[in-house]
Ligand binder design. Structure first.
Ligand code: BGC
Length: 389
């Protein structure tokens, strides 16, 4: 079997602004941390906001030809309708630097965080949020669109929607199915406006979202109840949001982390190997979900996130190799997979769990902010440079 990847395959790495930039005190998550809702406060995080040039050197060293990063809405729109030219200019510099290095940019417009003013005055559940959110998206396209190779308008919308509106764990901390449904619909509508606008201004730029698509399987595949549970989970979690916008997506952005083997009383995973946060390491699942996605949507696919918390770098190299092998198997069976973005470049602020889970190819010393590539960094580097596994 030819084990090279298609020419032009994107080898990348994924990050998000709030988790690495630091100092995002205008953001609703900052306020959330102040209220004591998270393990740690993000503070200066990795200080990417000031150290990005050096971090881009790490990208060059790794040899990636693409980088996924996100923009912080609360830095761009300081107050309602008042945009920061200075910060937009800074994002231009960041993106331009990637271009100069021949690194393609996959830019997430919204990786869960909103400005405090937005959350306080509107929130996604209010109708007016559609207009406000869409205006932010359009502003990005006007100001930065020429430097964006792939637009990721939303990151995993089901996470902030369910955690923020059903479980009360993310801002705005609500538990209300009615407001959940409103927020869901508003986000769908805002997405569609931004999509149309982007297509008008930059018809060539692929536009879409990422979905946290889990591999659900029945604990017993002959048990109709188990199968029903799996069917419901797929409908509610994997397919609900994407299903509403699939006609307005140029690609499928897959974030793969989870395998759930489901029975009547919950998860029945074997958990032979687990990461530091207890998530099962199950590489075969990426193959299964890629097959499902191909069959269901028949779109070009980018694996936009895949990674693990592994402070001692015990499993990461094998994790990367195994997932890429299974991805290659899906390509061999006709899935149109255009890129793989590992999560993440460096250890970062892992939302509710703070700094403890370490997802980085590069280790961060949070006292000195020193960066140190882990061994698996070189494993990934080798795969990229040879374009094969
Ligand atoms: C999110 C990231 C997060 C990662 C690991 C993904 O669902 O997009 O922000 O750090 O999972 O938990």
């Amino acid at each position: 079997m030819e084990n090279k990847f298609p020419k032009g395959f994107l080898w990348g790495i994924s990050t998000s602004s709030y988790q690495i930039e630091g100092g995002n005190s205008n953001s609703d998550w900052w306020q959330w941390e102040e209220k004591g809702k998270t393990q740690d406060k993000s503070g200066q995080a990795c200080d990417y906001w000031n150290r990005w040039k050096k971090d881009h050197n790490l990208l060059s060293e790794l040899g990636v030809n693409s980088f996924r990063l996100s923009l912080e809405w609360s830095r761009i729109e300081l107050e309602e309708g008042k945009f920061s030219e200075e910060n937009i200019q800074k994002y231009r510099e960041i993106l331009q630097d990637l271009k100069n290095r021949n690194i393609k940019t996959a830019v997430t417009f919204w990786h869960w965080t909103s400005p405090i003013w937005f959350q306080e005055k509107y929130g996604l559940h209010r109708k007016k949020s559609v207009e406000i959110f869409a205006r932010y998206g359009q502003k990005i396209i006007d100001e930065l669109g020429d430097l964006i190779d792939i637009s990721v308008i939303l990151n995993e919308p089901m996470m902030p929607l369910t955690s923020g509106y059903l479980k009360g764990k993310f801002p705005p901390g609500i538990r209300c199915p009615i407001r959940y449904k409103k927020a869901f619909n508003n986000l769908v509508e805002a997405y569609k406006i931004i999509y149309a606008y982007s297509k008008k201004k930059f018809p060539q730029t692929p536009v879409g979202i990422t979905t946290l698509y889990n591999f659900f399987e029945p604990a017993n595949k002959f048990n109709p109840i188990h199968k029903l549970i799996v069917w419901i989970c797929k409908k509610f979690w994997n397919e609900a949001f994407f299903g509403k916008i699939k006609a307005q997506c140029d690609y499928y952005g897959l974030d793969y982390y989870f395998h759930h083997k489901l029975g009547l009383t919950g998860r029945k995973n074997e958990n032979k190997k687990v990461s530091n946060v207890g998530w099962e390491i199950y590489p075969q699942g990426i193959y299964e979900v890629l097959k499902e996605i191909k069959a269901k949507y028949n779109l070009p696919i980018y694996v936009m996130e895949n990674g693990l918390a592994d402070a001692n770098d015990k499993y990461r190299a094998e994790f990367i190799r195994e997932h890429i092998k299974y991805m290659q198997k899906a390509i061999g069976e006709g899935a149109d997979i255009r890129g793989y973005f590992h999560w993440s470049l460096m250890d970062n602020f892992e939302w509710l769990h703070g700094f403890k889970p370490r997802f980085g190819l590069v280790e961060i010393n949070y006292k000195t902010l020193e960066r140190r590539p882990r061994k698996s960094f070189y494993t990934y580097k080798e795969i990229i440079s040879s374009n094969k596994i």
